[in-house]
Structures are given as C-alpha cells and as structure tokens.
Write a protein that binds this ligand. Structure first.
Ligand SMILES: NC(=O)c1ccc[n+]([C@@H]2O[C@H](COP(=O)([O-])OP(=O)(O)OC[C@H]3O[C@@H](n4cnc5c(N)ncnc54)[C@H](O)[C@@H]3O)[C@@H](O)[C@H]2O)c1
Length: 325
C-alpha cells in the first residue's frame, strides 16, 4: 500500500512534535507543510523532508491526511475545509471555540467516510490510560481535578481570547475531556470564576454531576505559577484513593493503613509520556486499517460543549443542564 501523505498546517511547537512522531512511522510520509509565517514552514519542511505549500488550500488538495496545528480559533474552518475536500483530518484541541462551529464540524465529519480525530492526547498518556483501567475495575464515588497554567505569556497568543477562544479552550479543555473519558457524560454543571491580572475570566471552580450519579469538582487557574504538578486528578472510592501527578506518576492507596504504591512513567520519552506517539499511531491505524478513530468528532464536540457550559454558568450564575443529542 502507498504511504499515507500527510500535510501539516501550522508549523509551530505541536506541529513539530507530530511531524517528528510521524517521521518514525513507515506507513506515512510528511509531504507538505504550510504556515502563515513562511520561514516556520520552511524550517519544519526541511527537517521533515517535506515541501512548503504557500496556502492551506493547495496543501489540502495534495495530501491524503491533514494535521491542523494552528492556534485554536483557526481550527474549525481549516478542519472543515479539509474534511469537506475528502481528507482524513487530525485536528488539535479544541476542535472549535464555539458549540456552533463544533456542531458544524461534527455534522460534516459524521457524514464523511474519512477519519476525523481530535487531539485529546491525554487519553493516551500512560498515566491516564492506567487510571481509566483502574476506574473501570473499581467504583468511584467522587473526584477532584485541577489544571493550572503558570502564566498567559508563552506563546504570546495564549493571552488573547480572540485567538484562544478563552483560557478554558486552550488548556483546561483537556480536563473537561478527561472527566468525560473517565466518568462518562455530564448531566449538569455549576461554575464560578473571577478576573485578576489577565483581562479574561480566570480561577474557575466548577461542580459537575455525571449521568451515572458520580460527581466531581474542577479547579483551574491561568496564572497560578508553575508549581508542580500543574495538573492532577484525584479519585475517591471506598477506602481507596487514586491520584495522578501530571503525566509523571499515579499513586494508589488501598485500605486504611496509609500505605500506597506509586507507578512512575517518569523515564518515558515525553512524546510517549504525553500520549503523542500513541495518538498519532491510532490515527494512522484508523486510516490504514479502517475503523473508528480513537478520539471522535463527537468527543471533540462534547469537550467544547463542556467548556461553553462552564463559561455560561459563570456568566449567568445558573446551573447548566445537558440533554442527550
Ligand atoms: N494536545 C496538546 O498537548 C497540545 C500541546 C500544545 C499545543 N496544542 C494545540 O496546538 C495548537 C498550536 O499550538 P502551538 O503551541 O504549536 O502554537 P505555536 O504558536 O507554537 O504554533 C502555531 C503555528 O501556527 C501558525 N499559524 C497561525 N495561524 C495560521 C493559519 N491561519 N494558517 C497556518 N498557520 C497558522 C503560526 O505561525 C505558528 O507557527 C493550539 O491549538 C494548541 O492548543 C496542543
């Protein structure tokens, strides 16, 4: 079979990560790169053995699969163009920065026979894959998740809601997806937040109830400083607690004697520890072997819907209820 020709739109940090992972997959060839800053495209094209496309349309017309790795508010339009043109699409998170755009993309992806995968990489990170297995084998009562950023300085566009869609769309959306991945669909959410040094809503506290009856709290600050771990999940079961530290380790205490065991993923290369290798492999598997993507357009849509609900609850002061569909 011919190698899958991949094009990358957005030659920044994460575009480079995917290019280097894909370069090690012999089923794939990274054949084209496009970036609004041509120098960036040239640099990535040189290191990947690809050619530079002057515009996104040209790239989409000349590859089998497209990676969308631009800043957030540029995702949905480019992804829509690529899936409409009959390409397989890997769209970085967030799939869109409004439920309307996410819905339009979901509808188009659902009507297409091509693979559409969303970049919720944490599902593949060994820490979270292990946590998920442990949760399936136990009965969680409640949970707490937090995801903090240290600042909104680097890269510079993270401070601009016109480009991020809002802080929650940039970073915390990972944790909204993680909550669904671990505990299923959400029934209702209440949230509060406040504005501090950055001119947008920050320091979110949310109370979330799932269709299963499970409930969880989520805390997320954009400017907490880089105190490790920036993200953590704590799951509380009967005489059992499971806690993660970033994607570095998972600790489990069983029983009441206070002892715990820690499994460390620290020695893994970052691309594997963060699930990038596994998510790219899953995307190529779905293209080559057929079959559904590991993170679907519906998963991407639901994550956007949760972020939007959190903002709505903060702004209206009211509880948001979810209905299926
Ligand atoms: N899943 C993850 O763990 C993860 C990690 C990092 C970034 N991301 C996501 O990936 C995306 C990119 O983040 P990054 O850190 O690589 O940012 P970056 O600033 O390093 O790179 C973005 C690139 O896109 C280019 N660009 C901007 N608008 C464009 C357009 N319209 N067409 C083509 N190119 C355009 C920029 O010039 C830049 O080179 C963001 O949506 C971010 O949320 C995900």
């Amino acid at each position: 079979m011919d190698r899958v020709k991949v094009g990358i739109i957005g030659a920044g940090y994460i575009g480079g990560v995917h290019a280097s992972v894909l370069a090690r997959d012999e089923r794939v060839i990274v054949s084209a790169v496009h970036d609004v800053e041509r120098e960036r495209a040239e640099r990535l094209a040189r290191s990947s053995g690809a050619t530079v496309s002057d515009d996104a349309e040209h790239l989409i017309g000349n590859v089998d699969a497209v990676y969308i790795t631009t800043p957030n508010t540029k995702h949905s339009e480019l992804a829509l163009a690529a899936i409409t043109a009959g390409r397989h699409v890997f769209c970085e998170k967030p799939m869109a920065t409004s439920p309307e755009n996410a819905r339009a993309l979901l509808d188009r992806a659902s009507a297409s026979s091509r693979v559409f995968q969303v970049g919720h990489n944490r599902r593949f990170a060994p820490v979270y894959a292990t946590l998920k297995q442990m949760i399936v084998a136990t009965k969680p009562h409640s949970a707490h998740v937090k995801m903090n950023r240290g600042e909104l300085i680097n890269p510079p566009w993270v401070a601009d809601p016109e480009i991020t869609g809002g802080f929650l769309y940039e970073t915390t959306i990972h944790m909204f997806d993680m909550l669904r991945f671990l505990f299923g669909d959400v029934k209702q959410m209440d949230a509060v937040a406040s504005v501090h040094e950055y001119p947008e809503l920050d320091d979110f506290s949310a109370l979330i109830t799932f269709n299963s009856g499970m409930h969880a709290t989520l805390a997320s600050s954009a400017d907490a400083g880089w105190l490790f771990p920036f993200e953590r999940v704590e799951v509380f079961c009967h005489h059992r607690t499971l806690t993660t530290r970033e994607m570095e380790s998972i600790a489990v205490s069983d029983g009441l004697d206070g002892r715990h065991t820690t499994t460390s993923m620290q020695q893994l290369p970052k691309e594997e520890k963060w699930g990038y290798v596994q998510e790219d492999r899953a995307f190529v598997d779905a293209i080559v072997e057929g079959g559904p993507p590991a993170v679907t357009a519906l998963d991407g849509f639901r994550a956007v819907e949760l972020v939007d609900a959190c903002y709505r609850s903060v702004k209206t002061g009211e509880r948001v209820h979810f209905t299926a569909g």
